[in-house]
Ligand binder design. Structure first.
Ligand code: C2E
Ligand code: MG
Ligand code: MG
Length: 705
């Protein structure tokens, strides 16, 4: 153990006291006190070594001191020893090995023991600084994190004055460290958030000690930036708030990116105006607003005329530039609260809001048409461009957004059909009529398909002999719910449609079948059928008629007559003449129906190759009374004779009419006075009765007017 310097003389009492104090100091010290030889052998070590390094002093005596030092630092230890001997004292820090293999940070101060000018040894004082070093390291790390983090950190005291910020915070806010200290973070407020926002933020911090959310602040240059901010309250042991720490990350880029995504989702990439998605949002809002303000809005569906040729001949790049230009022109023409959106291609939709009356939008529409039709010389000279616009007006058309758009689209189609470069306003009442018409046409078509149509036949007799000379086929519809319908109920809506032709062809077919049936039963009679002008003038009328006739080779030619309305035959006389001529070649006869209502001129009558004139039944009514009608009928009969035509009087009801016509020289009569139109099955019996009546020299039954 400790070998004290040998004394030449026995120690006196003061010396004993000193040594005692010295010993006790060593033994009670928390530091390790040790003595090593100049070459580094441990000669003495205090008992405190056990608490720090785990070894007992005995285990260490006479061992090289360097063995206790971390291998990485042994070179330093040797150098330290040399230093020490040279300078007399030194201070070092080493990692020293604990008996259990771990290392402790020990700060060692050394001092030479010199005796007679010779270094006899070195006294070492080792202090365990492991905890302090760890704390220091932690602090250093924290400081490093504080300084190097990308997040802005701001620490305030309990009343909110800034006491520390890091570089990132300065960078984000644009204020220097010095400018921020002592200030309240309020200096960064942008006004983007309202008082309620901050109130709820502080409420959350007050109750949970914590808040996180998105905040828009303003930097020193006045620019807004978005940050994700977390605020935490720091409490002391008495649970009082001492500080607030705000950690914020700049999310401006993120927000910009978000905005960009938003743009892509809601705006047309080419023109930058709203796309279909945004339009549908805006429309819903606009409908609500219009209802609230009790005014009107116009939904305008705009389609460019002549855009496709631009794309096709000048290329898509020019096409794109034209679309951008048009979008801008529209935007400059409408008001701030109005919307223009691109649906794709050359189709745009414009919402005009706040109209007091429906017609109010006409001015804007006229302006739109003219700005679009204005030359676009800087893109390509001589571009022919215009627009067709269809408009639906809410709440005149009280529908949802989709339907309003569809109606505007329909109206746009009408604008195109009626010559382009114009607008057309959708009329809900008209549309209702059109829809009814569509439905009617559908049910007529299905009636035809289900064989609900039937031809009734009305006899025509020779007024002189009273013999049956022919029958007129008159169409009827055996409607499953409404019963027997006359042609006036279903032919007008069919006029000029494909169904008109289909019905006409069915009439021809069934009349021919009937002719054949009657012929087989021994009834030789002429059937006249009514053919519409649209059917007569339709393509391949004559060829189709021929092929229908060809299906009945047994029929003698000359038994089919076609009645065309005088009014309709007026349309295109040369074409009608050609068709009639062609039909006559295959033995068809022609009658001009309802004559006297169409104001035909004499020259017209002379040029039409017809066989029969049918005097319109309206002249019959007053035949007994009105002098005027008398003269007209007489005139028609004379005219007919002059052109070598047969004359048929329609609507013959009374004996007076019968006699008058006979006197006037009319050949043939047809009317309720002779017989009502009847189903085919009844005609044979009627013909039989008529023959019997003739034999008995009876007059047809007289009917009182
Ligand atoms: P229309 O060709 O002038 O036929 C004569 C119309 O007068 C028939 O009416 C007939 O029932 C009616 N009528 C006959 N005698 C009298 C009479 O004494 N008094 C009165 N008040 N009326 C009489 P319906 O059958 O209702 O036909 C009306 C019109 O419909 C026809 O006039 C014809 O233009 C057209 N029509 C009839 N069937 C067809 C058809 O199969 N195809 C085409 N395209 N039109 C047809
Ligand atoms: Mg007729
Ligand atoms: Mg007629």
């Amino acid at each position: 153990m400790f070998k004290a310097r040998p004394h030449k003389n026995p120690p006196d009492s003061a010396a004993c006291l000193n040594e005692e104090r010295f010993r006790s100091m060593i033994e009670n010290s928390n530091d390790i006190i040790g003595v090593i030889t100049p070459d580094g052998q441990l000669r003495f070590v205090s008992p405190s070594v056990t608490a720090i390094l785990g070894f007992s002093p005995d285990e260490l005596i006479d061992k090289p001191f360097a063995e206790l030092i971390h291998t990485d630092e042994q070179n330093i230890a040797l150098k330290a020893l040399a230093d020490l001997q040279e300078h007399g004292q030194a201070r070092y820090e080493f990692r020293m090995r604990h008996k259990n293999g771990a290392y402790r940070d020990i700060e060692i101060k050394g001092r030479n023991l010199i005796h007679d000018a010779v270094i006899k040894g070195i006294v070492l004082n080792g202090r365990d600084v492991t905890e302090r070093k760890q704390a220091e390291n932690r602090l250093r790390l924290t400081a490093k994190v504080f300084e190097n983090t990308q997040e802005g950190i701001c620490i305030t005291n309990s009343i909110g004055d800034i006491i520390e910020v890091n570089d990132a915070f300065s960078r984000i806010s644009g204020y220097s460290h010095a400018e921020l200290l002592g200030k309240n973070p309020r200096i960064l407020q942008s006004g983007h958030q309202n008082a309620a926002f901050y109130k709820s933020m502080w409420q959350s911090i007050g109750s949970t000690g914590h808040w996180a959310g998105e905040v828009w602040n303003r930097n020193k240059d006045g620019e807004m930036y978005a940050e994700w901010l977390t605020i935490s309250a720091i409490f002391n042991e008495e649970k009082q708030i001492t500080n607030y720490v705000g950690i914020s990350s700049d999310i401006t880029l993120l927000k910009q990116h978000e905005k960009q995504l938003e743009r892509i989702a809601h705006f047309d990439a080419l023109t930058g105006i709203p796309n279909r998605t945004l339009l549908s949002d805006r429309m819903k809002q606009a409908i609500a607003q219009t209802a609230r303000e009790q005014n009107m809005m116009a939904v305008c569906y705009l389609d460019l005329d002549g855009f496709k040729p631009i794309n096709d001949t000048l290329g898509h790049e020019v096409g794109d530039r034209v679309l951008i230009e048009i979008a801008q022109r529209i935007q400059h023409t409408i008001r701030g609260g109005d919307t223009v959106a691109r649906l794709g291609g050359d189709e745009f939709v414009i919402l005009l809001l706040g109209l007091e009356r429906g017609e109010e939008c006409s001015l804007t529409l006229e302006r739109l048409l003219s700005v679009i039709a204005a030359p676009i010389d800087d893109i390509a000279k001589k571009l022919e461009l215009s627009a067709s616009i269809g408009v639906s007006i809410y709440p005149l058309d009280d529908e949802d957004a989709d339907t309003l758009l569809r109606h505007a689209d329909q109206a746009m189609y009408v604008a195109k059909q009626s010559g382009k470069n114009r607008f057309h306003i959708y009329d809900p009442a008209l549309d209702q009529r059109a829809r009814n018409q569509q439905e009617l046409l559908k049910s007529i078509q299905s009636g035809l398909y289900k064989q609900q149509f039937e031809l009734y036949y009305q006899p025509k007799i020779d007024l002189h002999t009273r013999r049956l000379v022919g029958v007129e086929a008159l169409i009827r519809w055996n409607h499953p719910e409404q019963g027997l319908l006359p042609p006036a109920k279903f032919l007008p809506p069919v006029e000029n449609t494909d169904l008109d032709i289909a019905i006409g062809e069915w009439v021809i077919g069934s009349a021919l079948q009937q002719l054949e049936r009657w012929q087989k039963s021994g009834l030789e009679v002429e059937i006249s059928i009514n053919i519409s002008a649209h059917h007569l003038e339709s393509e391949h009328f004559v060829e189709k008629l021929k092929s229908q006739l060809a299906q009945h080779p047994e029929l003698p030619s000359g038994n089919l007559q076609i009645e065309v309305l005088e009014t309709l035959a007026l349309d295109d006389i040369s074409q009608v003449t050609r068709i009639i001529d062609a039909c006559k070649k295959i033995g068809i006869h022609f009658a001009l129906d309802d004559f006297g209502t169409g104001y035909s001129s004499l020259s017209y009558l002379s040029s039409l190759p017809i066989d029969v004139l049918k005097i319109d039944q309206s002249f019959m009514r007053n035949l007994s009374g009105s002098k005027g009608d008398h003269a007209i009928v007489r005139g028609i009969i004379a005219l007919s004779k002059a052109f070598n035509l047969k004359t048929v009087a329609e609507g013959l009801e009374t004996t007076v009419q019968f006699r008058t016509l006979l006197e006037m020289g009319c050949d043939i009569g047809q009317g309720y006075g002779i017989a009502h139109p009847m189903p085919a099955a009844e005609l044979l019996a009627w013909a039989q009765q008529n023959r019997e009546r003739l034999n008995a020299a009876e007059l047809p039954q007289e009917k009182k007017p």
